[in-house]
Design a protein around this ligand. Structure first.
Ligand code: ADP
Ligand code: MG
Length: 579
């Protein structure tokens, strides 16, 4: 159905047309008529399906001359970004309807400015629950005249701990009101809110998550735990997206990964909830302007963010939830454009989780080998060729230089070749060692000769065996079973390792960080003989080496990731360091 087939006011139709919308999305087709008629609606649909317009257009439509100075519509969003984004979009719908005054209120920004805006007669207010509650308490936001309250991304708001605020806000609004709730998932807590606060709600459900993912090509790559950053760099080099999002499961990982990418010359920036509002806005603007090519984010920070023209989404960490996978990859392939999603997998366990996701989204995720040196160079050659072909005509000055070079015996072809070589070199600088070692299946290595490595950190730094083991697994991509006895002394620690892997381990672990301490790893040359291990010890006999290790789970969230990590024997020659 087209927007103009529906009975909307002239002003709105004009604005919608200017935005380039003609066909309504499914959720819009189903909910706009209900909302305009004043029904309570509970809508379930995935990200990127056009929910803002689904509730925003009826909201703008509902404002009349009588609503000049009273808050008539309140929209609650989980994050500041979403509130700002929804506010901007609503202002666009209201472009030709001057009586609509939209204002956004959210934490981390000046209270005074928001109060000013509210005082200026806002009738549509969009805000985060915490800040809305703040304004209600200060009496700078009065809701006696509210007709409609909309909860956008309700599940996410509950996840973020806004339940109490939301319930309290709902008690501050007139009973005779329209209550609208949108959510990607419908856990029992949402149903409870629906039951308690909505009146005969009409359910609108857009089933197929396929709808959002069918235009997205999806791939996965097997890599070792300690090599994920390198793998990502290779992928970024191979696909050279102009605009990409990379998802991590933790804020810390966002920071670390961003730093690492920036160090290798990638225009990356991080986005997560611990950042100041000004900083987040700056990051988003720079990403929208394409100054930042790679946005590294957590799920919550990126929720619902709508930036068009993202060519690729990378799942650096596998999402913890199937729905999250859809949300993440839904950032690309928006509004009918094609996109691609790439997922890094580090263990068999994760491979099963990915199969699960495939079944859930009913789409195929194809395994690809990580790109190797030849692929990347071939791609860069193509890029350079295309770029040079696009350049404008050469200048006289350029010919002068070439002639001077020719006079020195460097002919045109040679001069051009040198220039192009320089360009190519720049392109592949900072890339990790090409041709990453492949993580293989289990097996081998039991009864191997062992040696000891020595780490200059010990009990004085309150270190536990599992910290050591976790850090080693992380840095090397090997498995917990590859490491033997761990003896912790006051100021250092020794770990038994297979002799055949010792060089590789030393290569991959220098430098290494454990618990925030920079640690040096060396071959252990034997102690004074007097020293006794103190504190905890992790003792494992030689013949235990390849047995399943229940203790794996002791290093927390890493337990999913440590199954793989055995390399081919010649990998030592290739891998220099961890990142
Ligand atoms: P959601 O809230 O469901 O994640 P958004 O409201 O952010 O989705 O909309 C996603 C994108 O689709 C936005 O860029 C929006 O402008 C665009 N959009 C929404 N409705 C339409 C439509 N009917 N036609 C074209 N584009 C649309
Ligand atoms: Mg939205």
């Amino acid at each position: 159905m087209q927007f103009n087939e529906f009975n909307l006011s002239e002003e709105i139709l004009r604005a919608v047309e200017e935005l380039g919308f003609s066909e309504m999305t499914e959720i819009q087709q189903q909910s706009i008529p209900l909302l305009v008629q004043g029904f309570d609606v509970v809508g379930r649909s995935n990200t990127g399906t056009g929910k803002t317009a689904a509730f925003g257009i009826p909201a703008v439509e509902s404002i009349t001359d009588g609503d000049k100075r009273a808050v008539t519509v309140l929209i609650l969003c989980p994050t500041r970004e979403l509130a700002m984004q929804a506010c901007e979009e609503i202002k666009k719908f209201a472009k030709y309807k001057r009586i609509v005054k939209a204002a956004a209120v959210y934490g981390g920004a000046s209270m005074e400015r928001q109060i000013m805006e509210l005082k200026r007669g806002a009738n549509v207010v969009i805000g985060t629950p915490g800040r809305v509650m703040d304004h209600i308490r200060r009496r700078t936001l009065k809701l006696e005249n509210l007709r409609t309250i909309i909860l956008d991304e309700a599940d996410e708001m509950l996840n973020m701990g806004f339940r109490e605020d939301i319930e309290e806000i709902l008690t501050h609004v007139p009973e005779d009101r329209q209550t609208v709730l949108f959510s990607a998932t419908m856990p029992p807590e949402i149903l409870a809110i629906t039951e308690k606060y909505q009146r005969d709600p009409v359910q609108v459900k857009i089933k197929s998550s396929q709808k959002t993912v069918e235009l997205i090509d999806q791939y996965w790559f097997m890599t070792a735990m300690g090599r994920k950053t390198d793998a990502l760099k290779l992928l970024l080099a191979a696909y050279s997206p102009e605009s990409a999002m990379v998802f991590c499961n933790t804020k810390k990982m966002v920071d670390e990964l961003t730093e690492e990418l920036v160090k290798s010359g990638i225009r990356a920036a991080g986005l997560h909830g611990d950042m100041k509002q000004a900083q987040r806005t700056q990051v988003m603007n720079s990403f929208k302007a394409r100054t930042t090519a790679v946005l590294v984010a957590t799920d919550v920070a990126a929720r619902g963010i709508d930036v068009s023209g993202i060519d690729a989404v990378f799942n650096y960490d596998l999402p913890q939830d199937n729905e999250y996978y859809i949300h993440r990859i839904g950032r690309t392939g928006r509004a009918g454009q094609k996109g691609a999603a790439y997922t890094l997998i580090t263990s068999r366990r994760q491979q099963y989780d990915l199969r699960n996701i495939e079944r859930y989204i009913k789409a195929k995720i194809t395994e690809l080998p990580l790109p190797g040196k030849d692929d990347i160079i071939a791609g860069k050659k193509r890029e350079i060729t295309e770029n040079i072909a696009k350049y404008d005509a050469a200048t006289h000055d350029a010919y002068d230089i070439l002639d001077d070079l020719a006079a020195q015996g460097i002919d045109y072809r040679e001069a051009a070749a040198r220039l192009v070589s320089e360009k190519l070199k720049k392109e592949i600088e900072g890339l990790p060692e090409f041709d990453m070692p492949k993580p293989l299946k289990k097996g081998r290595r039991s009864g191997a000769e062992t040696v000891k490595i020595d780490l200059n950190i010990g009990r004085s730094k309150r270190i536990a065996p599992n910290f050591i083991l976790g850090a080693l697994v992380d840095a090397t991509g090997m498995t917990g079973q590859d490491f033997g006895k761990i003896d912790i002394f006051d100021n250092h620690t020794t770990v038994e390792v297979p002799e055949s892997e010792c060089d590789y381990i030393l290569d991959s672990t220098n430098p290494m960080k454990i618990n925030g301490n920079k640690v040096e790893v060396k071959l252990y040359k034997g102690g004074s003989g007097k020293e006794k291990p103190s504190g905890e010890r992790r003792v494992r006999k030689q013949d235990e080496f390849r047995k399943p290790d229940r203790r794996r789970s002791a290093y927390g969230n890493r337990k999913k990731d440590d199954v793989f990590g055995e390399y081919t024997a010649n990998r030592r020659k290739r891998s220099k360091k961890r990142h």
